[in-house]
Design a protein around this ligand. Structure first.
Ligand code: SAH
Length: 231
C-alpha cells in the first residue's frame, strides 16, 4: 500500500511530467507557426504562455493545436496563428499601455503582457461576467500581474485609462467604434476585425496630427462584438 505521503509525491511527479509534455507540445506548435511568426519577440512570448492553462480542463490536450477552442457562453479562444498575426500587426513594445476588447480566456492578454513587460500594462474588457472570472483566474494562476480584466461593454472602449498606445479588438465590429478611435494615442496602432458575414482585419494608425490611416490585412472569422457600438 502507498502511504498518503507517497501518493502525494506521485501526483506531484505526474504533474511535473505533464507540464514537460505540454511544453514539448507548445514548442512543436510554435515551430509549426514559423510562417506566421516573423518576430523573435512574439515567438518567445508565445513559447512562454501556457495556452493549456487558458482553456477548460477537458480541452487541455487540444490546447496545442492551431485552432480556436470553445470556452463556453458561445465564445472561443482564438487560434494561435491569429494571436501571432494580431500581436505582430500591433508592433508591441516594452512599456506600452494596451486596451483589449474581448478578454475571453485571457490568453491573448497574457501574450501581450509578455510583450509589454513589467513597465507596460494590458487592460482587457469583457462583457460576459463568468468569462471575466475565468480570465482573471487563468491570469492569476499564470502570474500575469500586468494584466487587468474589466467587466464592461468594451464597444465604448474604456476611457478611465485612455489614451492607449495600442488597442486590439478580438471580436468583429459592424464598423469601427468612434470611442476606440478617440481613445487611441496619436502615434498609436489599433487592430480590429470589421464586418458581418465577411470580416476583414483592419490595421489603423493614428498619426501625430491625429489623422487616421486604415489598411486591410485579410479575411478573418471572429465572434461578434455585442454592445452600444457593436451588433
Ligand atoms: N481574446 C480572447 C478571445 C476572445 S473571443 C482570448 O484570448 O481568449 C471574443 C470575446 O469578446 C468573447 O469573450 C465575447 O464575450 C467578448 N465580447 C463581445 N462583445 C464585447 C463587448 N462589447 N465588450 C467586451 N467584450 C465583448
Amino acid at each position: 500500500m502507498i502511504s498518503e505521503e507517497g501518493r502525494g509525491e506521485k501526483t506531484h511527479k505526474k504533474e511535473i511530467e505533464e507540464e514537460k509534455e505540454f511544453e514539448e507540445l507548445r514548442k512543436r506548435l510554435i515551430k509549426g507557426l514559423e510562417f506566421y511568426i516573423l518576430e523573435e519577440r512574439v515567438r518567445e512570448a508565445m513559447l512562454r504562455v501556457p495556452r493549456h492553462k487558458f482553456v477548460p480542463e477537458y480541452e487541455q490536450r487540444a490546447a496545442y493545436t492551431d485552432t480556436p477552442l470553445d470556452i463556453g457562453y458561445g465564445q472561443t479562444i482564438s487560434a494561435p496563428h491569429m494571436v501571432a498575426i494580431m500581436c505582430e500587426l500591433l508592433e508591441l513594445s516594452e512599456g506600452h499601455k494596451v486596451l483589449e476588447i474581448g478578454s475571453g480566456s485571457g490568453y491573448n492578454a497574457a501574450v501581450m503582457g509578455e510583450l509589454v513587460g513589467k513597465s507596460g500594462h494590458v487592460y482587457t474588457v469583457e462583457r460576459i461576467e463568468p468569462l471575466v472570472h475565468f480570465a482573471r483566474e487563468n491570469l492569476k494562476e499564470t502570474c500575469y500581474n500586468n494584466v487587468t480584466v474589466i467587466l464592461e461593454d468594451g464597444s465604448m472602449g474604456y476611457s478611465r485609462y485612455a489614451p492607449y498606445d495600442r488597442i486590439t479588438v478580438t471580436c468583429a465590429a459592424p464598423r469601427i467604434p468612434e470611442p476606440l478611435l478617440d481613445q487611441l494615442k496619436p502615434g498609436g496602432i489599433m487592430v480590429i476585425p470589421v464586418g458581418n458575414y465577411s470580416q476583414e482585419l483592419i490595421r489603423i494608425k493614428k498619426d501625430l496630427d491625429g489623422n487616421i490611416h486604415k489598411k486591410k490585412k485579410g479575411g478573418v472569422v471572429f465572434v461578434p462584438l455585442i454592445g452600444k457600438y457593436g451588433f
